[in-house]
Write a protein that binds this ligand. Structure first.
Ligand code: PAP
Length: 342
């Protein structure tokens, strides 16, 4: 595919692009020259790399991740397209897997003082960020290790696909996901980057140009894998968790091979974990009101409304119609369907 015409940016945005790219390795710089690029949502540009869109720094980190990560059978991976419930699922997974070390009822639970993104690091923003060809030492990590990623299934390192490690994917209706990401991008972009107007962002989203998008390819990749290998990939829906998180947490624990015992159930451990990880609880924690996590984003931006159907406050009827058509065209017949309203 030929590189697209360079998007028009304000001069300050171009400066940032140059500054950001100057820190990259020579090999990445050369690779970027060959990739199609478009205006980014919270970075000056996004590039089409291995069939998905992401920033120059993410590409470098993903290449290192693909080259060096060695999965262990006991690893767990929380995978999502951005704004689908990553923070929530990381918290639930961490609390469930570590419940014998940290009771959900104790006052010193790590989730009370750390953002989930610091307890469950992203491969591409944290573990392999700034590690061009330098392999981070993961030997001190507590096992079972839990990682997060937005990388599409097809681009995960082969050791993840070939080992017995488990992948939990959470998917959210594209209407709310779009609105959530557009607001997040605007709040967290460098101040010198101009705001991406909602209408322009929407057109890009429908064309597939969103971070780690097209969203339909991302969802389909994990969906197909979950259908073919249900012991490898568990596919969850944000809207289902909103409706009955206790029920779905039981499924998560069973999938991970650490089901809740009858005694745990009767002593309220499931409810204890879901309460600890609830939007209301997490949003009000000091660390999530004022802290910044390893992704360099202020924690407060990971907690906005946590609702199903907020998109109606942002998208016009014609936009809704257009996105519905895109979903039908790209995901129709796949078996995937979405709940758009609460
Ligand atoms: P990320 O992919 O950048 O890590 P992610 O956590 O997937 O972000 O998405 C944030 C969304 O999840 C926000 O949605 P909103 O913008 O529509 O409000 C955020 O409010 C919501 N969220 C965060 N934590 C929770 C939670 N504990 N329960 C339910 N929703 C949550």
């Amino acid at each position: 595919m030929a590189p697209t015409k360079l998007p028009k940016l304000q001069p300050s945005g171009v400066d940032e692009a140059i500054e950001e790219d100057e820190k990259l390795s020579q090999a990445t710089k050369e690779l970027l020259l060959s990739l199609p690029r478009e205006r980014g949502w919270r970075t000056p540009y996004v590039y089409l790399f291995q069939g998905f869109w992401c920033s120059s720094r993410q590409i470098q980190a993903i290449i290192t991740f693909q080259k060096h990560f060695q999965a262990k059978d006991s690893d767990v991976l929380v995978a999502t397209v951005p704004k689908s419930g990553t923070t929530w699922l990381k918290a639930l997974t961490f609390a469930t897997m570590n419940r014998h070390h940290f009771s959900c009822f104790t006052k010193n639970h790590p989730l009370l003082t750390s953002n989930p993104h610091d307890l469950v690091p992203f491969f591409e923003f944290t573990v392999y960020a700034n590690h061009d060809d330098k392999v981070p030492d993961l030997s001190n990590m507590h096992e079972p290790r839990i990682f997060g990623t937005h990388v599409p299934f097809a681009s995960l390192p082969s050791s993840i696909k070939e080992s017995n490690c488990k992948v939990i994917y959470i998917c959210r209706n594209p209407f709310d996901t779009f609105v959530s990401f557009w607001i997040f991008a605007d709040k967290t972009k460098p101040g010198s980057l101009p705001t991406l107007p909602l209408e322009e962002a929407f057109e890009m989203y429908c064309k597939g140009v969103s971070v780690f998008g097209p969203f339909w390819t991302h969802m389909l990749g994990y969906w197909k894998e979950s259908v073919e290998s249900p012991n490898k990939v568990l596919f969850l829906m944000y809207e289902d968790l909103i409706e009955d998180v206790n029920f779905h947490l039981k499924r998560v624990a069973e999938f991970l091979g650490c089901p809740f015992t009858l005694e745990e159930e009767s002593s309220g451990v499931i409810e204890g974990i879901t309460k600890l990880c609830s939007f209301e609880k997490m949003k009000e924690l000091e660390v999530n009101k004022h802290g910044t996590c390893a992704t360099t984003v202020e924690n407060k931006y990971y907690f906005r409304k946590g609702e199903v159907g907020d998109w109606v406050n942002y998208l016009s009827p014609s936009m809704a119609e257009k996105l519905t058509k895109v979903i039908e065209e790209k995901l129709g017949g796949s078996g995937l369907s979405f709940r758009m309203n609460s």
